[in-house]
Design a binder for this molecule. Structure first.
Ligand code: ATP
Ligand code: MG
Ligand code: MG
Ligand code: MG
Length: 357
């Protein structure tokens, strides 16, 4: 009998649309010839308002590739704001949460699936939560001795505090980090809510904007560096891929550059000295273990060529997974084609879920 795979996508996140594209690619790979005898796919779509839709609507979204613009509100329980699960959810043997960003990549869905006691692909609650929150992540990386840029953290209430406090905060940021610096919501991805700022006025606007996305905000010193990424696959003894490099003309690797065809170039493998590649791979494995990731992660770095320094930027516990995304392409180059990769991830989910006899 075939294993029933619950393909979970969409989600209450600024990365909803990206999730749909990733889910289409993963769905196709799970239906590839080498996998058809093994898996049956049960798709579930999480609307932007959090309501789950079962196979019929989810399949329509997979076919059209378009988000449901007028989310269906019928099965919201208004008292608890909890939703009802589509009945097919009880048939799932392994969940494949293809969700990026908050309410999906951050441990919330992982907590739900853990309570259901059904295996799922990717990191658990801790790995997802620490990986997603840039403040928790950087604290853990610092403790592990992983080099990174200087940064400061703020809360929404500090940013939106009375007008006497705010200018002092901005002074501190200017003094400690200088311009340009990067303002980011702590919990997001795809560069949503991120700004590169070069003046006091841009700083103020960017802080206000980042605070509208998240209660926690981080500001980082800007570096001039090459951007390189590598892919990790496994549980306790993970494998690490070749290294890829991203190049683009825009000011930084923002949402538009990430998702407009032709705006960014990926080169695999990145042209790097062996010592640097090896250092990056070692750092990636360390980062993976430090946040307690499992299954998969993409680890992003800055390579400051002038000094030979490698700084870790971040870990993504559910990286972009479209046909043209860095994560599957890195594994394609390193000898694992896309359909084999999704199969491997399901195996890793089952392995992680196994309790000792
Ligand atoms: P992802 O889609 O990979 O999850 P994200 O939303 O988590 O991205 P970051 O990777 O932190 O965001 O930053 C997005 C981009 O902004 C980087 O790829 C880089 O181009 C630029 N950037 C971020 N921080 C810095 C920095 N400190 N110095 C220079 N550039 C930076
Ligand atoms: Mg990220
Ligand atoms: Mg991300
Ligand atoms: Mg990134």
């Amino acid at each position: 009998t075939k294993l029933q795979i619950g393909l979970l996508f969409g989600g209450c996140s600024g990365e909803h649309e990206v999730s749909i594209v990733s889910a289409r690619a993963i769905n196709a790979a799970l239906n590839a010839e080498r996998n058809t005898d093994k898996y049956e796919i049960l798709p579930f779509y999480i609307q932007k308002n959090g309501v789950w839709q079962g196979n019929e609507i989810a399949n329509q979204i997979l076919v059209s590739g378009q988000a449901l613009e007028k989310p269906n509100a019928t099965n919201i329980n208004t008292k608890s704001s909890l939703w009802e699960f589509p009945p097919q959810a009880s048939e799932v043997d392994v969940w494949f949460p293809v969700l990026h960003g908050p309410n999906g990549e951050d441990g919330t869905i992982q907590g739900l699936l853990t309570l259901m006691q059904v295996p799922f692909v990717g990191s658990g609650v801790l790995g997802s939560a620490v990986g997603m929150d840039k403040i928790a992540m950087k604290t853990a990386f610092a403790q592990a001795g992983l080099p990174q840029v200087k940064y400061m953290t703020l809360t929404r209430s500090q940013i939106w505090s009375n007008p006497c406090v705010f200018p002092k905060l901005c002074d501190e940021i200017e003094n400690y980090l200088n311009y340009p610096c990067f303002v980011k919501p702590a919990n997001l991805g795809s560069s949503v809510g991120i700004a590169k700022v070069r003046s006091r006025q841009e700083l103020e606007t960017a802080l206000d904007n980042a605070a509208s996305y998240d209660r926690r905000v981080i500001v980082e010193a800007g570096v001039v560096a090459r951007e390189v990424e590598c892919a990790v696959l496994g549980n306790d003894n993970p494998k690490v891929s070749a290294i890829g490099e991203i190049s683009f003309e825009s000011d930084f690797y923002d949402y538009e550059t990430k998702y407009t065809q032709g705006k960014a170039d990926l080169s695999i493998p990145a042209a790097l000295p062996d010592t640097i590649s090896n250092q990056i791979r070692e750092m990636a494995i360390k980062a993976f273990a430090t946040v307690d990731a499992s299954g998969l992660a993409r680890v992003d770095f800055f390579y400051v060529e002038s000094t030979g320094e490698v700084l870790i930027n971040e870990i993504n516990t559910f990286p972009g997974f479209t046909d043209t995304s860095m994560y599957p392409r890195l594994w394609g180059y390193s000898g694992i084609p896309f359909p084999e990769l999704v199969d491997k991830l399901i195996e890793l989910a089952l392995e992680r879920h196994k309790t000792p006899e």
